[in-house]
Design a protein around this ligand. Structure first.
Ligand code: ATP
Length: 324
């Protein structure tokens, strides 16, 4: 992180009965959303494709205005936190190179131009983009553009950082760097809210999980800590009573092939065409999840939930506030 980090972050944010539709009289994408984001929160947002995750992130980031309800500073806060937002795809049609763009945005965020240029150079170097700092943005590859988008968010050291699949398209070292930067923001008292297709992203560190479901936002049980494959050593007592439910989607014709990786470790059910649910003992979940994420044909892991074995031995949903 650059020098002079961890400036005051500006407190938390509250969503009060927030709703969103994109046109008057159109369908509500979100309704009745109540959410508190305290300083130091690392919040993960989950949910099915098209359910409204990106819409929620845009509302939190202030990129979209709510159609109803309000976003308010938490009581005792210092106004809306300074905010940066990184979308999944950043394709700027702007007459800038990376340095010019980042310096300009740094100024918008209140940095002196010299400090903005210094921070831009620092992050471009860390992300391995220093040699492309003077290439026009429109000539950069998708991955390089994504690095520029991440850089503009990190160099501003915002109180609220909103990441919509921001890891997608980054190379592995840059993903690790972004993970670290998120930790630094949270440790500095900032709020980070993110969506990512990999359920293991920052799994042991997430402080709040919510799912967008049926047009509203419900809390989800905490993620299981990531553990080593093929060993029971060191597992907490009673862990074997826990179950995990993994929901996946894939093109219907490819789903069976992709699910072969589950083997005998779990019970697979198919609620609808391209959807499947895998229930299994918690001790097998990390290994199976790794195999599912690497499955060919590929599939999309929609959610991973910890559940408790009920009296019948079947999994019961734990810690969710809504129904499907
Ligand atoms: N700018 C827009 N104008 C009109 N409708 C929109 C707009 N953006 C999103 N929508 C609609 O809102 C709904 C929710 O979309 P959103 O992108 O928020 O979902 P998502 O959960 O992020 O999806 P995905 O997982 O596929 O990225 C969808 O029906 C989408 O078509």
């Amino acid at each position: 992180m650059s020098k002079g980090t961890a400036r005051h972050t500006g407190g938390g944010l509250r969503l009060e009965d927030v709703g969103k539709r994109y046109r008057a009289g159109g369908p509500w994408v979100l309704r009745g959303v109540d959410l508190r984001l305290e300083p130091g929160t690392l919040a993960r947002i989950e949910g099915a494709n098209g359910g409204g995750k990106s819409t929620l992130l845009k509302l939190i980031a202030g990129v979209e205005a709510p159609s109803r309800g309000r976003l308010l500073p938490l009581t005792g806060g210092h106004g809306r936190p300074s905010t940066c937002y990184v979308p999944e795809r950043f394709a700027p049609a702007l007459p800038f190179d990376a340095t010019g763009y980042l310096t300009h945005l740094g100024s918008v965020h209140g940095l002196r131009r010299r400090e903005a240029a210094r921070r831009a150079a620092h992050w471009l170097e860390r992300l391995g983009l220093a040699d492309q700092a003077t290439v026009p943005l429109r000539h950069l590859s998708k991955g390089s553009c994504q690095k520029v988008a991440v850089t503009q968010a990190l160099m501003a050291e915002p109180g609220l950082l909103v990441l919509d699949e921001a890891w997608t398209g980054l190379d592995e070292p840059s993903r690790t760097l972004l993970d670290d930067a998120v930790r630094e923001r949270v440790a500095a008292g900032g709020i980070v809210v993110f969506v990512d297709h990999d359920p293991r992203r920052l799994a042991g560190e997430v402080t709040s999980r919510h799912a967008v479901r049926d047009g509203t936002v419900v809390p989800v049980a905490p993620v299981l800590p990531v553990e080593h494959e093929d060993t029971d050593a060191g597992k907490p007592a009673g862990r074997t009573a826990l179950r995990v439910t993994i929901e996946v989607t894939a093109p219907e014709a490819e789903l069976d092939a992709a699910l072969h990786t589950v083997g005998a470790a779990g019970v697979v059910t198919r609620p609808a065409g391209g959807e499947a649910r895998v229930e299994l003992a918690a001790e097998h979940s990390d290994a199976v999840l790794r195999r599912l994420l690497g499955a060919a044909p590929s599939l999309h892991v929609r959610s991973v939930r910890e559940t408790e074995a009920g009296p019948s031995g079947r999994a019961q949903r734990a810690g969710e506030g809504g129904s499907r």
